[in-house]
Design a protein around this ligand. Structure first.
Ligand code: SAH
Ligand code: DHB
Ligand code: MG
Length: 222
């Protein structure tokens, strides 16, 4: 097996052994596929990781920026205790519609608030909707706005808030200042802001698996 085949097979091994995917999560991936959404959901192993992290944090309120079809949303919603709430932001109308359907089918329609619109437009309205702080924030929308999303995440954080951002490695291109990948300079700016902001302690975790070589940024607000 080459590296990529091995990464995939190891993800499948853990998915099976640790009982990660179930009917609900598989139905979401299938619907996303049928509706022709791009296959860019987090891996099942990482969906469960997000769920476990939110549980470890005892998160009562969760914010997700970048809903897609609601796959990561449902993983995160599962971590909420009775009375918990989640807001998830999605610019694309079709993605938001598919997400609503998936989230309702999974039984989280009352817990998750899908907010359709460009996140930079809808983030300010969350305060009006009654959200003051989030215990757990997952950033996974367009990479160009990661620097702005980080500022908003900090705005919505109290001490102990956990901030996770997806796709900060991109096959190693994060360290290539000259890459053709247009998003990289914004991801590097996002890291530079973290580098200079002493309100947050952070690390980065490189990952391989079904989605190739990438990684997460993981931080906690002091
Ligand atoms: N978190 C999802 C995947 C998100 S993919 C999962 O793991 O299942 C990124 C999503 O961000 C896409 O659905 C895309 O439409 C959305 N997006 C792109 N630009 C956006 C913006 N400016 N505001 C909100 N969402 C945006
Ligand atoms: C891609 C992967 C992601 O996890 C994402 O959020 C956006 C794009 C990709 O592989 O293109
Ligand atoms: Mg992602």
């Amino acid at each position: 097996m080459n590296d990529k085949e091995t990464w995939k097979a190891v993800d499948a091994y853990f998915d099976e052994k640790l009982h990660i995917s179930d009917e609900t999560t598989e139905a979401i991936k299938e619907k996303n596929d049928t509706e022709e959404l791009p296959a860019i959901e987090v891996a099942s192993t990482h969906g469960k990781m997000l769920y476990l992290m939110a549980k470890m944090r005892n998160a009562n309120t969760i914010l997700e920026i970048g809903t897609h079809g609601g796959y990561s949303t449902v993983w995160l919603a599962r971590a909420l205790p009775e009375g918990g709430q989640m807001a998830t932001l999605e610019a694309d109308e079709k993605h938001a519609r598919v997400a609503e359907e998936n989230i309702n089918a999974a039984g989280y329609g009352d817990v998750v608030h899908v907010v359709q619109g460009t996140a930079l437009d809808t983030l300010p309205s969350l305060m009006e909707k009654g959200y003051r702080h989030f215990d757990f924030i997952f950033i996974d929308a367009n990479k160009e706005n990661y620097p702005e999303y980080l500022k908003w995440a900090l705005e919505f954080s109290k001490s102990g808030a956990v901030i996770v951002a997806d796709n900060v490695v991109r096959n190693g291109r994060i360290i290539d200042g000259d890459t053709e990948e247009k998003q990289i300079p914004y991801l590097r700016e996002f890291i530079d802001i973290l580098s200079e902001d002493d309100r947050i302690e952070a690390t980065a975790v490189q990952t391989v698996g079904v989605k190739g070589y990438d990684g997460f940024l993981l931080g906690i607000v002091k």
